[in-house]
Design a protein around this ligand. Structure first.
Ligand SMILES: Cc1cc2nc3c(=O)[nH]c(=O)nc-3n(C[C@H](O)[C@H](O)[C@H](O)COP(=O)(O)O)c2cc1C
Length: 382
């Protein structure tokens, strides 16, 4: 027996959900082939790199975020990784950063997740503790790379030691007991992310934020069980992965973003980071999003695809699915990275800011036939 609800015409969102596939028949171009991690199948290998929008109020995302992420889902990105989102007030980078430590924040994210799913993409969220790089000014403030005061919404930052990031205020050095409490805060955030409907979580282990501050010998000179040897410096991220895995559904993947190199003498190298990632894989991490740098100012040799070789090292040494990111801007460049097996997926940052439709444009450039959102079909490239 059918109900009147079943007979009702589909809403535009339901039509779009059924039609927006943006994945090609197998055997065409690997960039547009699906990839499966645990119980999650993503329709293609073009993913949105996590990018802070600095536009939340008290960590609560709003209509701007809804429009921003939905546009890129409609544009054909297979999976979006939501911006670095604080697991606690102190975990944010700036007062404008998103959070996921309250019910209100979780519900606000749930609304964005529904919109992204209806637009045909999967959605992960990057879980963040900024450590000594927190309480910073938003990028469009009159002065950047400065700490904001309590009156401006700032806070006392924390770190492995009292050593400051150049330009920012000195952090409070976390006691051993305070470090021990951090994995549980990541786990609570992962539970909230699951409740909001996210398909995966990403631990932010890169760019000089707290996890990276503990991993690198250049910023971690502690003498307790969280400092000293490489094993001790990896203890925090290992405990975070274990804590998340203990509460996060087994069908949903966990990602790690790493800085595979500090670009500094005595700092992290891809081979050392691959060893850490192998340890994380053994603890249930499924995917390594491979970036680099930002622990300290450093002479980075950037250029098209400059971090792709790092992804290759991690993939080879840690036997884990990897993503490559950094100056990937052209369709044939992205296709080649995936075709060669340097990486399993590519992540786009700035190119996706200027062109939300990048994947649909790339499909056209590569001669791959993908479905467009029905509402936009008359505007499809041909
Ligand atoms: C506006 C902006 C915000 C960013 N925020 C984050 C972030 O929240 N988390 C993160 O891991 N990386 C962040 N990044 C770095 C990007 O994810 C990406 O790794 C970097 O921009 C290099 O890729 P691209 O050359 O494609 O832009 C940000 C970059 C930009 C431009």
């Amino acid at each position: 027996m059918s109900t009147s609800q079943e007979n009702a015409p589909l809403t535009a969102a339901e039509v779009a959900k059924n039609r927006v596939t943006a994945s090609a028949p197998a055997g065409q171009v690997k960039l547009f082939e699906p990839i499966t991690l645990r119980g999650l199948t993503v329709k293609n290998r073009i993913w949105l790199s996590p990018m802070c929008q600095y536009t939340a109020a008290e960590g609560v995302v709003n209509d701007f975020h809804l429009a921003h992420y939905t546009a890129r889902a409609l544009g054909g990105f297979g999976l979006l990784i939501a911006e670095a989102t604080g697991i606690s007030p102190q975990g944010r980078i700036t007062p404008g950063c998103a959070g996921i430590w309250t019910d209100e924040q979780t519900e606000a994210w749930a609304r964005v997740v529904t919109a992204v799913h209806n637009a045909g993409a999967k959605f992960a969220i990057q879980l963040q503790h900024s450590g000594r790089k927190g309480s910073a000014a938003v990028p469009w403030a009159p002065k950047t790379n400065v700490s904001v005061t309590d009156a401006e919404g700032g806070w006392q930052t924390v770190g492995p030691t009292t050593e400051a990031f150049p330009g920012l205020a000195a952090p409070h050095a976390l006691s051993t007991a305070e470090v021990e409490a951090i994995p549980a805060a990541f786990a609570r955030a992962a539970e909230r992310a699951d409740r909001a409907g996210f398909d995966a979580v990403e631990i932010h282990g890169a760019h000089g934020y707290l996890v990276h501050q503990f991993l690198s010998p250049l910023s971690n000179t502690r003498t307790d069980k969280y400092g000293g040897s490489a094993k001790n410096r990896a203890r925090l991220v290992n405990e975070i992965a274990e804590a998340i895995r203990a509460v996060f559904p087994a069908v949903k993947p966990v990602f790690i973003r790493v800085s595979a190199s500090d670009w500094l003498l005595g700092g992290l190298t891809p081979e050392v980071v691959a060893h850490v990632v192998a340890g994380l894989k053994a603890r249930g991490v499924d995917f390594c999003d491979t970036s680099s740098g930002a622990l300290l100012p450093a002479p980075i040799k950037a250029g098209p695809g400059y971090q792709v070789p790092f992804a290759r090292v991690i993939k080879t040494d840690a036997h884990i699915a990897v993503g490559a990111v950094g100056e990937i801007t052209e369709a044939d460049q992205a296709a080649e990275i995936v075709e060669n097996g340097d990486a399993d997926v590519v992540l786009l940052g700035r190119a996706a800011l200027r062109d939300p439709m990048w994947p649909l444009r790339a499909a056209h450039d590569l001669g791959v036939k993908v479905a467009w959102p029905v509402q936009y079909e008359r505007g499809a490239f041909n």
